[in-house]
Design a protein around this ligand. Structure first.
Ligand SMILES: Nc1ncnc2c1ncn2[C@@H]1O[C@H](COP(=O)(O)OP(=O)(O)O)[C@@H](O)[C@H]1O
Ligand SMILES: [Mg+2]
Length: 368
C-alpha cells in the first residue's frame, strides 16, 4: 500500500529530545532571571561612609544585568539546541537499531526466505521480545512449510502407486493373448477402490483442516455404538472381541466428522490387533467440562518412539507399507485433524502389558 512520506521515527525522536532540552533550559534560565529580579534592586545609590564625600548614583543595575544576562542565556540555549539535536540523533539511532534488523528480517521473509532468524542479543526488553516472537513465528512457519512439502510429496507418491499398478496390470494383459479377463477386472477394481479410498481420505483431511463445518450437539457414546455396529463383521472375521462401556457424553461438533474419527479408531483397533483372540475396549466418559473417548486394543508391542510418529500422514508403524490391512496410512492423521478442529487433545500411549497394543484417548470439550 502506498503511503505519503513522513518524518522518520529517528528524526521525530531527535526533535523531541532537543525540544525537551530547550524547554528545560528555558525554564531554568527563566527561574534564574526571576530570582535576579527579585533580589537585585532596580537602581543603586552609593552613599559615602564616615570619611565623607558625595552621594553618587543612582546606577541602573537591572538594565545592566539584562544586557549581560540575555546574550549569555541565548548562547546557553544555542548550545543546548546543538547538544540536544546531536545527542538525540545518536541516542535515537542506537535505540532504533534493533528495529532496523527486525525490518530487514521481515523483508527477507516477504521475499520467501523462512530460514533467516533475527537472533537479537542483549538483555530482555520490548525489542528483544518482539524479535524473539518473530523468530519463533518463523520457526513455526518453516516447520509447517516443510511438513506441507513432505505431505505433498508423500500424497503424490501414494496416488501414483495405484496408477502404476494399473499400468503394469494392463501392460501384462496386453502382451498375454490368453489372459483371464475376469481376474484382470477383479484386480483392476481392487486397485481402483484403493485409489478412491485414498482420494476420499485426502479430501476428508482437507475438510477437517479447514474447520468450516456446522456444529451441533453430538453424543460420542452413540457414535461409538454406530461405529462398532458397522465394523462388527470385520471384527468377527478377525477374531477380535469388542467391549463397549460408558456414559452418554456430549460434545459440540460435526456429527459426520466425529463419526469418521470414531470409525477410524475402531477400525485401526481391529486391524492392527493380535492375529487371534484380540480385544478392543471402547469407553466414553463425561466430566463437568471434558468428554473423553478411549479406544484401547491388544496387539503388537510398540515403543514410545514409534507411537509418537503414527499420527503423521502415511506413517505406518512396523508393518510393511502395503500390507493386507488395506489402510492408506491416513487414518490417524485424519483423527488428529478432526480432534484439533474440535479443540480437543489426542493422546497415544503404548500398552506395556504382555498383550501389547495401543491406547488412544480423544479429549474434547463437553457440551451441556
Ligand atoms: N489401534 C492401534 N493399535 C496398534 N497400532 C496402531 C493402531 N492404530 C494405528 N496403529 C499403527 O499406526 C499406523 C498408522 O495408522 P493409520 O494412520 O490409521 O494408517 P493405516 O491404518 O492405514 O496403516 C498403522 O499402520 C499401525 O501401525
Ligand atoms: Mg488405519
Amino acid at each position: 500500500m502506498a503511503r505519503a512520506p513522513g518524518l522518520s521515527v529517528r528524526l521525530k525522536l531527535t526533535l523531541s529530545y532537543a525540544g525537551f532540552l530547550m524547554l528545560a533550559g528555558a525554564l531554568l534560565l527563566g527561574a534564574v532571571w526571576l530570582f535576579l529580579l527579585r533580589y537585585v534592586p532596580d537602581r543603586l545609590m552609593i552613599v559615602p561612609g564616615s570619611t565623607g564625600g558625595e552621594i553618587t548614583g543612582p546606577f541602573p543595575i537591572r538594565s545592566n544585568l539584562l544586557q549581560v544576562f540575555a546574550p549569555r542565556a541565548a548562547a546557553v540555549l544555542g548550545i543546548l539546541l546543538i547538544v540536544g539535536l546531536l545527542g538525540g540523533w545518536i541516542l535515537a539511532g542506537r535505540m532504533l537499531a534493533p528495529l532496523t534488523r527486525i525490518t530487514e528480517a521481515t523483508r527477507l521473509t516477504e521475499s520467501g526466505s523462512l530460514s533467516h532468524r533475527i537472533e537479537l542479543s542483549g538483555p530482555s526488553d520490548e525489542f528483544r521480545e518482539l524479535a524473539d516472537a518473530f523468530d519463533a513465528m518463523l520457526a513455526r512457519l518453516e516447520a509447517h512449510d516443510a511438513e506441507q512439502q513432505r505431505f505433498a510429496a508423500n500424497a503424490s507418491h501414494e496416488l501414483r502407486t495405484p496408477l502404476a499398478i494399473t499400468k503394469t496390470l494392463l501392460d501384462v494383459a496386453r502382451n498375454n493373448p490368453d489372459r483371464d479377463d475376469g481376474d484382470l477386472v477383479e484386480r483392476l477394481r481392487a486397485v481402483n477402490a484403493r485409489a478412491i479410498d485414498l482420494t476420499e481420505a485426502l479430501l476428508l483431511l482437507s475438510r477437517a483442516d479447514q474447520r468450516s463445518f456446522p456444529r451441533e450437539r453430538v453424543d460420542l457414546s452413540l457414535l461409538a455404538e454406530e461405529a462398532v455396529e458397522t465394523l462388527l463383521p470385520l471384527a468377527e472375521k478377525r477374531g477380535v472381541s469388542i467391549e463397549t462401556a460408558g456414559d452418554v457424553s456430549f460434545t459440540c461438533g460435526s456429527q459426520a466428522l466425529l463419526l469418521q474419527l470414531t470409525t477410524n479408531l475402531v477400525h485401526n483397533a481391529i486391524v492392527h490387533n493380535l492375529p487371534a483372540n484380540g480385544t478392543v475396549w471402547i469407553t466414553t466418559r463425561a466430566d463437568r467440562d471434558r468428554t473423553v473417548l478411549t479406544v484401547e486394543n491388544t496387539g503388537e508391542r510398540l515403543g514410545p518412539r514409534v507411537v509418537s510418529t503414527l499420527t503423521e500422514p502415511f506413517q505406518r508403524g512396523t508393518e510393511r507399507v502395503h500390507s493386507d490391512h488395506g489402510g492408506v496410512g491416513l487414518g490417524l492423521a485424519i483423527v488428529k485433524s478432526i480432534t484439533q478442529a474440535h479443540d480437543g487433545i489426542l493422546t497415544l500411549t503404548p500398552r506395556l502389558t504382555e498383550t501389547g497394543g495401543l491406547r488412544i484417548t480423544v479429549d474434547l470439550p463437553a457440551a451441556h
